[in-house]
Ligand binder design. Structure first.
Ligand SMILES: [Zn+2]
Length: 182
């Protein structure tokens, strides 16, 4: 199995800009395979290499039945139109928040063999491409939210079971408080 553990919010690799891929070798093909298998196992609509701890500019996607990957992507916006649906992230398990994105984007890059590839999409695919390219720049979806939405999201993140940010909760039984002398 090549399914890798997914790094969670709080891991510094997620906020570090990833390096360009310079060699299209066997190691890169193994990375694309690991990303694809980890994404399908999760399951998720996309996965970026930093999310499995590899700081390289590679992501995979699985949208509308099409599985693909892109190396060294450069993103462009196709129209001014925006979308504002719920968005989740495998590095923030179980959470989704309204996140504004462009409606249509195009991404130019390469496949794992070094051939030029263009991926163009709208709606979910466009959202996925923007989310994954952001990961490669060390940007997370909470950085794309309105300040009010981000505040709500951070509260939910702090309260999430997996969150390293959450303070240990000291639970006191309601019966114990009655006899408490302080
Ligand atoms: Zn993500």
């Amino acid at each position: 199995m090549s399914v890798q553990p997914i790094r969670l919010f709080g891991d510094p690799v997620l906020t570090t800009p990833a390096e360009q891929v310079s060699t299209f070798d066997k190691e890169l093909r193994v990375l694309v395979k690991d990303l694809t298998e980890t994404m399908l196992d999760a399951p998720g609509a996309g996965l970026a290499a930093p999310q499995i701890g590899v700081s390289l500019r590679v992501f995979t996607y699985d949208v509308d039945g099409v599985i693909g990957h892109l190396v060294n992507p450069v993103i462009g916006v196709k129209s001014d139109e925006e979308q504002d649906g719920d968005e989740g992230c495998l590095s923030f398990p179980g959470l989704a928040f309204p996140t504004p994105r462009h409606m249509r984007v195009v991404a130019n890059g390469f496949n794992m063999h070094g051939d030029p590839v263009t991926v163009e999409g709208s709606e979910l695919l466009a959202r996925c491409i923007q989310h994954e390219v952001d990961h490669l720049d060390g940007i997370l979806f909470i950085d794309r939210m309105s300040p009010e939405q981000r505040k709500l999201a951070m509260k939910a993140i702090r309260e999430a079971e997996w969150s390293g940010l959450s303070e240990p909760v000291v639970k006191i039984s309601p019966h114990a408080t009655r006899g408490l002398a302080v």
